[in-house]
Design a protein around this ligand. Structure first.
Ligand SMILES: Cc1cc2nc3c(=O)[nH]c(=O)nc-3n(C[C@H](O)[C@H](O)[C@H](O)COP(=O)(O)OP(=O)(O)OC[C@H]3O[C@@H](n4cnc5c(N)ncnc54)[C@H](O)[C@@H]3O)c2cc1C
Length: 239
């Protein structure tokens, strides 16, 4: 895992399982469920009920009520592009290189390392989705970092000539690191993991999922565990 990749929690619905339970319970109860809050089961008991009465029957609607928001940091632009193909039950706000340029300028000036501004894969053996196998050497990686450094310097020159950020960004290497805020509900979170934690998703977005999953587990441990055992990393095709 790249040492710069980060996923930090911003905010999450408290008592998410009770929230899902309330939604499920209102589906079939003629009572006004808010009046029965003192009778709702504990979080852990609610998780068991959700697994047994909802997840096992693929009834996901009540899971759309609790929400969780993350700050994702230092991932390559390509991962942001892939993540943003998801558009249902998920919201993004992404650092735009239309306005922000300081990480690249700092890299050009040597104030931060080139690797903090640009993601370059580690040395190693790779195999892409189509079975293309190769070894990425230290020599190739150093050459790519040099290329990123040159691009950062060139970018800084363009800004110093008065060219706008939205114009100069066109020469930034593709895997510049980027930060964003993303919000999911519990259903869209599991769908995102379905699509992006599986082995034919790009390596780096799988790593994003590796960092998201512990937050899911902290939030709803039993549901997250059930998810991992039944769906996690499996090559589920989107319905
Ligand atoms: C391994 C991998 C490789 C990919 N490669 C490419 C690529 O090369 N190029 C590319 O452009 N994209 C690519 N994608 C993106 C992919 O095509 C989907 O756009 C993306 O994964 C979003 O998933 P989703 O459709 O489940 O959308 P979400 O927004 O996550 O939607 C959730 C669910 O809502 C339903 N839904 C959403 N929108 C609609 C709609 N308009 N009509 C009906 N039902 C809807 C579907 O059931 C969908 O599964 C790739 C995805 C993966 C996982």
């Amino acid at each position: 895992m790249d040492k710069y990749f980060r996923v930090e929690l911003i905010k999450k619905t408290e008592n998410p399982a009770q929230t899902i339970y309330a939604a499920m319970h209102q589906d079939y109860s003629s009572s006004f469920v808010a009046d029965e809050q003192n009778k709702w089961p504990s979080e852990s008991k609610c998780e068991q009920v959700i697994i047994n009465r909802l997840l096992k029957y693929h009834h996901y609607g009540p899971l759309e009520h609790p929400a969780i928001t993350f700050n994702v940091g230092f991932f390559p632009h390509s991962v942001m592009q892939q993540a943003r193909t998801h558009r249902v039950g998920i919201s993004f706000d992404v650092m735009s290189f239309r306005y922000s340029s300081s990480s690249i300028v700092k890299a050009a000036q040597g104030k931060i390392s080139i690797e903090e501004a640009f993601y370059v894969r580690p040395v190693g053996d790779y195999c892409d989705r189509n079975g293309k196998k190769y070894f990425y050497s230290q020599e190739q990686r150093d050459r790519d970092l040099d290329f990123c450094k040159l691009a950062a310097i060139y970018y800084e020159i363009m800004l110093s000539e008065g060219i706008s950020e939205e114009h100069a960004r066109g020469i930034i290497p593709f895997d510049v690191r980027q930060h964003w805020i993303v919000s999911f509900n519990a259903r869209s979170l599991m769908h995102f993991l379905d699509m992006r934690w599986k082995k034919d998703a790009q390596l780096e977005i799988q790593q994003l999922c590796n960092l998201i999953y512990p937050h899911f587990y902290d939030w709803m441990p039993e549901i997250a565990q059930y998810y991992k055992e039944t769906r996690g990393g499996k090559n589920k095709i989107a319905p």
